[in-house]
Structures are given as structure tokens and as C-alpha cells.
Design a protein around this ligand. Structure first.
Ligand SMILES: Cc1ncc(COP(=O)(O)O)c(C=O)c1O
Length: 399
């Protein structure tokens, strides 16, 4: 066996998750006693609300929850997803058109796997969440990046999408509020993009996992609420991780046309079977429990967002569009590249991030993880004091 063909071409081509890698490096340095502050993690720092934990404790005591569930998920959870969709997105769905997945991540992979073939193209607005291109490529399809920079608040236009469309275009990935930029498309922009996809028979895979994390009066627009006719060519991705501080519980879902859900369920039945039964019970409690605690977390994120944006804007060379969703700031750092920092001259955002980690012991994720160089993602889902200390260190280093 040659070294060349030892690992399959498909898996050999997958890059490790850059965001998890940054987080792991920061945690390792911390464990070694270094006072590292990490802005890499894409997860709330809050504990899961107690009523959800309590529901899981009760569920764990019941032997019926020690068994497999149907691959598509507990019927009660699929109903709760339908109820929550009506509550938050304003339209009715049949619980049979939902599939409970191991986190939103599995929903992303299964959505692409359900509709893509080798040779297909997927239009991928950039900066994009680091997992999308890998999930697309694994199917043999090709991601086609459409870039929107800080000058357009990281929002792609229909004209840009149209310029990227070819006969091979099968799907569009849409994510609002966005990871990594925190940008939120308006109702009009969402509708225009949905209408464009409908007109050209393009699938829309819409990732709505940050739907409840909005600031400055920004509004979440569910794709199917403004373009209901897309229902037959739209897959909605969502999950409990970000809204309820439940990243470790691994519960997400996809909603789509019956044939897509059937195909994805068949796939999942061989791949992972069902999501952990106790986690599904916790997710039912979360979805049925109202949004009061979510609002408390959102208020804290909003306060941290304000501090972070203000402090980042004080850095000469950073350009910082105001993020109005999720929990990330995404400054352009281009103005700092080429400048000498403690004897080193970064020419890319990856080099700058490495210098900031070495010299200031602060971990940020370079733009290369999400598209072009020249940017950085900083999560503000961490404590107020750490946040101020960490951005303060970057300010001092770059002063
Ligand atoms: C845009 C987006 N979609 C989906 C996910 C998946 O989240 P999980 O698999 O934890 O539910 C994430 C997590 O970072 C995300 O940022």
C-alpha cells in the first residue's frame, strides 16, 4: 500500500476544524499554567438552565430512556420541534417532516448528503462557518464561495449570487444570524434571496441555529416565513446548543420535504441511530420551557458585545462592522498586516493570530478558517472580566 492511497481521498481532504483546534490549543496552554484567554469557542459560557438539567436527571432514572429511540427521534420531541417552529417562525409543519440529529452539525452533513451528487455546485456565502465546505466536499460536490467583506457588512447580494450561478448550481447555503460574522440579513434581503433561489430551482439550506441571539433591534427572518413556496426545496437546520447553552448535549434537527427527511433518516439509521435518549428528553424540556432564561443570556451577550466592539474599534488598523446576531465579532485586521509587532511582521491573519497567541496569550480564530485571510473571529461568549482583559492585551500588543 502506498502512502498516497492509504487514507481515502475523501477523508484525506478534510481539514481539522480550525475553531476547535484554536480552542484546544488555548485549553492546552491554560492547562500548562499559561494565563491564556480564549476567544475561539463557539459556545455559551453559561450552564444549561436548571429546569432542563432537572428534566434530564428525571429521565435518566427511567429505564424506558435507557433504550434506543426511533432513528428520527422521540415522537414527543418531533412534536415539540413542530410547536416551537410555529411559535418562533410562524408556520405550521408536520412533525413527520423533522429529523432529530446529533447536534446541528449532523443536520448540516445529512442535509447536504441528501441532495448533492458529485459534480453539483453549492453557492456558499463567505465568510462561512468552517464546517460547511467540508460537508459539501464530502458529497463530491463543490463549494462556490461568494465573498462579502466588511465594506458590505458581510451580507451577499442577489447580484453576487446570480453571478456565481451556473447550470451545475444545486443549492445555496444561507446562515442568518451568521457564524462567523454576526451579520443578520433583513426581512427584505432574506426574501430577495429566497425568491431568487425559488426562481432558479435552487435548494436553500438555511441554518437558523442563532435565531434567538439578536441585538440592536435586529430581527430574525425564517426563510420559509417570507418565501413559503420554497418549502419543497428548502431544508431548515436548527438545534438547542446555542439558544439554551446546550452544546454538550448534542441535539439538533433538520426540517424538510418528506422525501429528504426519509432519505436522511435512512442514512442516520445506519450512521448513528438515534440521539441519546436522555438528551432528547432534555431538549423537550428546553423547547417547551419558554425563553425567559434565553433572554437573560442574550442580555449578558449584548453587554459583552458592546464592550468588545468598542475595544476592538480602539485598535488602529481594525475595522469592525457592528455584529447584530450570534455571539461573534469579526473585525477586518488588514490594517495591521505588514506592521512590525515585537520584531515580527505578519502578512496574513493566520500569522497575526499566532503572534497574538504567543505574545499576548490570547487565542483568536484567523479569517482563513472561514474564507479569505485578513479577518479574525472573536467570540464574546465568555466572562466580562476575561473579555476586557483579553481584548486589552491585544490593544497593548498592537499599540
Ligand atoms: C452556524 C452553525 N450551525 C450549526 C452549528 C452546530 O452546532 P451543534 O452541532 O453544536 O448543534 C454551529 C456550531 O458552531 C454553528 O455555528
Amino acid at each position: 500500500m502506498t502512502a498516497k492511497n492509504r487514507i481515502s481521498a475523501r477523508l484525506g481532504a478534510i481539514a481539522p476544524s480550525a475553531t476547535l483546534a484554536v480552542d484546544a490549543k488555548a485549553k492546552a496552554l491554560k492547562a500548562a499554567g499559561r494565563p491564556v484567554i480564549g476567544f475561539g469557542a463557539g459556545e455559551p459560557d453559561f450552564p444549561t438552565p436548571q429546569f432542563i438539567v432537572d428534566a434530564a436527571i428525571e429521565a435518566a432514572k427511567e429505564p424506558r430512556n435507557h433504550r434506543y429511540t426511533p432513528a428520527a427521534g422521540l415522537p414527543e420531541l418531533r412534536q415539540a420541534i413542530a410547536d416551537k417552529t410555529l411559535r418562533d417562525s410562524g408556520y405550521e409543519i408536520d412533525p413527520a417532516t423533522t429529523l432529530v440529529t446529533n447536534g446541528g452539525k449532523q443536520a448540516v452533513f445529512q442535509a447536504f448528503a441528501a441532495v448533492l451528487d458529485p459534480g453539483d455546485e453549492v453557492i456558499l456565502p463567505a465568510p462561512y462557518w468552517t464546517t460547511y465546505p467540508e460537508a459539501i466536499s464530502l458529497t463530491g460536490a463543490t463549494p462556490v464561495e461568494v465573498f462579502a467583506g466588511a465594506d458590505q457588512d458581510y451580507l451577499v447580494t442577489v447580484e453576487q449570487l446570480e453571478a456565481a450561478r451556473t447550470d451545475a448550481t444545486k443549492a445555496l447555503l444561507f446562515c442568518s444570524p451568521s457564524n462567523p460574522t454576526g451579520a443578520v440579513y433583513s426581512r427584505e434581503q432574506t426574501a430577495a434571496i429566497g425568491e431568487w433561489a425559488l426562481e432558479h430551482g435552487i435548494w436553500v439550506i438555511t441554518d437558523e441555529i442563532y435565531e434567538h441571539l439578536l441585538y440592536d433591534g435586529a430581527e430574525f427572518t425564517p426563510m420559509l416565513s417570507v418565501v413559503p413556496d420554497l418549502a419543497d426545496t428548502c431544508i431548515v437546520l436548527n438545534g438547542v446548543a446555542k439558544t439554551y447553552a446546550m452544546t454538550g448535549w448534542r441535539v439538533g434537527w433538520m426540517i424538510g420535504p418528506a422525501d429528504v427527511i426519509k432519505a436522511a433518516t435512512n442514512f442516520q439509521s445506519h450512521l448513528t441511530s438515534n440521539v441519546a435518549n436522555v438528551s432528547q428528553r432534555a431538549a423537550i424540556a428546553a423547547l417547551q420551557g419558554g425563553l425567559d432564561e434565553v433572554e437573560q443570556m442574550r442580555t449578558a451577550f449584548d453587554r459583552r458585545r458592546t464592550t468588545m466592539v468598542r475595544m476592538l474599534r480602539e485598535i488602529d488598523g481594525f475595522e469592525v462592522p457592528t455584529p447584530t446576531g450570534a455571539f461573534y465579532a469579526y473585525p477586518s485586521v488588514e490594517g495591521v498586516l505588514g506592521r512590525e509587532i515585537r520584531g515580527k511582521v505578519p502578512t496574513t491573519s493566520a500569522e497575526l493570530a499566532a503572534i497574538i497567541l504567543e505574545e499576548a496569550e490570547v487565542a483568536i480564530v484567523p479569517g482563513e478558517a472561514f474564507g479569505p485571510s485578513g479577518y479574525a473571529r472573536l467570540s464574546y461568549a465568555l466572562g466580562d472580566d476575561d473579555l476586557a482583559e483579553g481584548v486589552g492585551r491585544i490593544q497593548s500588543l498592537l499599540a
